[in-house]
Write a protein that binds this ligand. Structure first.
Ligand SMILES: *Cc1c(COP(=O)(O)O)cnc(C)c1O
Length: 376
């Protein structure tokens, strides 16, 4: 197969010499478990990069969310507001604590939680709003903060898909009482598997650190203050993470460039919509995602997906809305037309920073080819 037809995956990690060098350093030193210098280096450099007072690494993004919720005291009987259109882990982490996820529909211009529908879902049991910044685009944090303050709720940011994204020149993950990140292999920066929690408050940070380490009292070995967890990251993961954070600016710059190339190439094709741009919001485009209006475009999302597949181009449908899936049946309260529309018509395109300009052109040419069929 020649290069022109080479498979283009939806994502590839950007691994270079430093990742290998730092990993070898771990292996040679014997510090391969969850103690070692890279844990500290990664946590400190991550906190510094975001301008957050505290950061705590975890073994993945899902447990980062669970640990964040437990450290804030979220429990059975509590209700947490969460968008219906998200990766299931956001909602699962709430269910793990015994609390109830209260689903809110998305807004079609951003695919994030529709802020106009939050207040009507708040009850006397509501403890927090879990904000998910989907596909790299920050939610409307100023408005969400006004609602949270009005009802005395905590904000938990699921920033797993939005490392480096900004709202009013401030990085997401620093707005809420806690912010959670994922470093899965396809995320903006990766440690293979891994996660991080950022905290505003030192007390929350200290509690989460103890809970992460089996609930063990740091000054009294094998004395357990809580029923804790082992949610620690290894020094090996952190070594990769540290190498990644050193080049975070470059990664983010490339991701934005890639999105701009797509947007420019597809801007004249009717029925292909990107999420909106806002003056005070920096989208880092974890996955460049489009909504295909099949009346205007002439073909629907599933057709486009299979056409791309035949061109050896990977793509990914937008998440299924949580309320439609059987395990979440009892949380299906209210109406979610926008999530359903986005899920049926949304498609994420290859977004790795290893993509070449030629590859992006090849992908965009597929769209032009499909659209031209309409007129034949
Ligand atoms: C990836 C992701 C997570 C979970 O992260 P893992 O590291 O895979 O456990 C949580 N929330 C969202 C929105 C994600 O995209």
């Amino acid at each position: 197969m020649n290069d022109l037809n080479k498979f283009i995956p939806i994502y590839e990690p950007f691994i270079e010499a430093n990742e290998s060098k730092f990993l070898q350093d771990c292996v040679k030193s014997g510090w391969i478990s969850s103690k070692g210098k890279y844990i500290d280096l990664f946590e400190k450099s991550f906190a510094e990069y975001l301008d957050s007072p505290f950061a705590l690494s975890t073994s993945n993004g899902t447990v980062a969310l669970h640990l964040a919720l437990v450290s804030l005291g979220i429990n059975k009987g509590d209700e947490i507001i969460v968008p219906n259109l998200t990766f299931a882990a956001s909602v699962n982490s709430i269910i793990y604590t015994g609390a109830t996820p209260v689903l809110v529909d998305c807004d079609l211009e951003t695919l994030n939680i529709d802020i106009k529908q939050i207040e009507e879902k708040i009850t006397s049991k509501t403890k927090a709003i879990m904000v998910v910044h989907l596909y790299g685009l920050p939610s409307f944090l100023a408005e969400i903060k006004l609602i949270a303050d009005k009802f005395d709720l905590d904000i938990i940011e699921d920033a797993a898909e939005s490392f480096g994204s900004e709202f009013n020149n401030k990085k997401v993950g620093t707005f809420g009482r806690v912010g959670c990140f994922s470093f899965f292999g396809n995320k903006t920066i990766t440690t293979g598997e891994g996660g991080m929690i950022t905290f505003k408050d030192e007390k929350d940070y200290n509690k989460a650190r103890i809970l992460r380490d089996h609930g063990m009292n740091p000054n009294k070995t094998y004395w357990h203050d809580y029923i804790g967890f082992n949610y620690r990251m290894t020094n090996l993961q952190a070594a990769i993470g540290y190498a990644q954070i050193l080049k975070a600016d470059y990664i983010i710059k490339k991701k934005i460039e890639i999105a701009q190339i797509y947007k420019k190439a597809l801007k004249d094709i009717p029925g292909i919509e990107f999420v909106k741009e806002f003056d005070n919001i920096k989208n880092t485009y974890w996955l460049v995602t489009i909504i295909i209006d099949n009346h205007k475009f002439g073909f629907d999302r599933d057709y486009v997906k299979s056409f791309l597949k035949n061109c050896n181009v990977d793509s990914r449908p937008v998440f299924f809305p949580i309320h439609q899936m059987p395990p979440y049946e009892k949380y299906n309260i209210g109406k979610f037309p926008n999530s359903v529309y986005a899920s049926n018509n949304g498609l994420s395109l290859p977004s790795s920073i290893l993509l070449t300009r030629d590859q992006i052109e090849r992908i965009c040419n597929c769209f032009i080819e499909i659209y031209n069929k309409k007129n034949n």
